[in-house]
Design a binder for this molecule. Structure first.
Ligand SMILES: [Ca+2]
Ligand SMILES: [Ca+2]
Ligand SMILES: [Ca+2]
Length: 357
């Protein structure tokens, strides 16, 4: 992550660091923002060909301050940056390469610092791309699931003879609400899309995952179904408070999965600590999976809290992996997870996968 990106994230999240109070700092703010207008405008396609720009804009007021705005198309989060213009409107830019041809409903959601929100809607009509021969061939898509405890990663490989516009993940026939994002890390295969789901919101047992891929002409294909089998006993679920070495959650030998939530408040980030005994000459590796747009830090500490490994703030869109090679004596090692920003909208859940070599 670049310094510029980090600053932008920090600025975007700064209002969330304020307490959830009204303008006078005492009474809770329970008044949601008011969405005055929502517009979706398709610009003329560029002269040289290619997809047209789409501007999603909203004007919203609040009794305190509108702190963020997100946009959904047909109920799917567009997953992109939304910036505030000098005139106070909020803008998200995308292009038609990522929107299937046809008529869509755009929903804007405006939030204040206390998490109150309200919505507005607009209609967006996207014309099929100007092709010499109309594209009537739907995409080809396959689905896969990684995980059964805490967070699970859903992936798909989707290709099309012209271009895949978007990829939706359906769990038991219902959209996860987020469009699939392309790529996950450099070693991923080409044409991979992914999303992350919170399995704690699902009942124990098997659930069906289907991926729907749609091309720029509106042709779509559903993947063959795959199964995510939810097992809430497959690992350790954090218990708060666990913010100090003395209150760290104990990780039993043989545990390979940990799930927890970073829930900051009043500008103070949450810290989650997990203590385990690392045998002599063993290397502990920890992989962290988390939702998007949340900066998290995962480190390994010795029994005195001294850093053993991992000191980088990482974007959750990258994979956070740290490892530590123990010497000739067993020792207590603590895994520390903390966030750059406070929690918002319950999105800062994470899953740790532990392995020993
Ligand atoms: Ca096609
Ligand atoms: Ca926590
Ligand atoms: Ca904690």
């Amino acid at each position: 992550m670049t310094v510029a990106m980090r600053c932008r994230l920090a600025l975007a999240c700064a209002p969330l660091l304020l307490s959830a109070c009204g303008g006078d700092g005492s009474s809770p703010d329970t008044t949601p923002p008011q969405v005055m207008s929502t517009t979706a405008t398709v610009q003329p396609p560029p002269a040289g060909g290619g997809p047209a720009e789409v501007y999603l804009e909203v004007r919203a007021n609040d009794n305190v301050k509108v702190t963020s705005v997100k946009f959904l198309i047909d109920g799917n989060d567009v997953n992109g940056d939304t910036q505030q213009n000098n005139d106070g409107t909020w803008l998200h830019e995308m292009d038609t390469a990522h929107i299937p041809a046809g008529t869509h409903t755009v929903t804007s959601v405006a939030y204040d610092a206390a998490g109150n929100s309200s919505e507005g809607t607009a209609t967006l009509t996207v014309a099929p791309p100007a092709l010499a021969t109309p594209d009537t061939t739907p995409p080809v898509v396959t689905a896969a699931v990684d995980g059964s405890f805490g967070l699970a990663k859903l992936t798909a490989i989707a290709t099309d003879d012209v271009q895949v516009a978007w990829v939706q993940f359906l769990v038991d026939g219902k959209s996860t609400g987020f469009l699939g994002r392309e790529s996950y890390m450099g070693s991923d295969p080409r044409n991979q899309y992914f999303t992350i789901i919170d399995t704690t919101a699902l009942s124990a047992g098997a659930h069906q995952v289907v991926v729907r891929a749609t091309d720029t002409s509106g042709n779509s294909t559903d993947s063959a179904p795959v199964t995510v089998t939810v097992d809430s006993t497959a690992g350790l679920t954090e218990t708060e408070p666990n913010d100090t070495l003395a209150t760290a959650n104990s990780v039993a030998a043989g545990t390979t999965l940990i799930t927890g939530t970073l829930t900051g408040a009043n500008g103070k980030p949450d810290v989650d600590l997990y203590k385990l005994s690392l045998p002599a000459n063993q290397t502990l590796r920890v992989d962290m999976l988390s939702f998007q747009y949340q900066d998290m830090q995962v480190t390994l500490l010795d029994a005195n809290g001294k850093l053993l490994a991992g000191n980088e703030w990482m974007s959750a869109s990258e994979v956070n992996t740290i490892s530590y090679a123990n010497g000739g004596a067993a020792q207590d090692v603590t895994i520390s997870v903390t966030s750059l920003t406070v929690g918002f909208d319950g999105l800062d859940r994470y899953r740790l996968t532990l392995s020993y070599q």
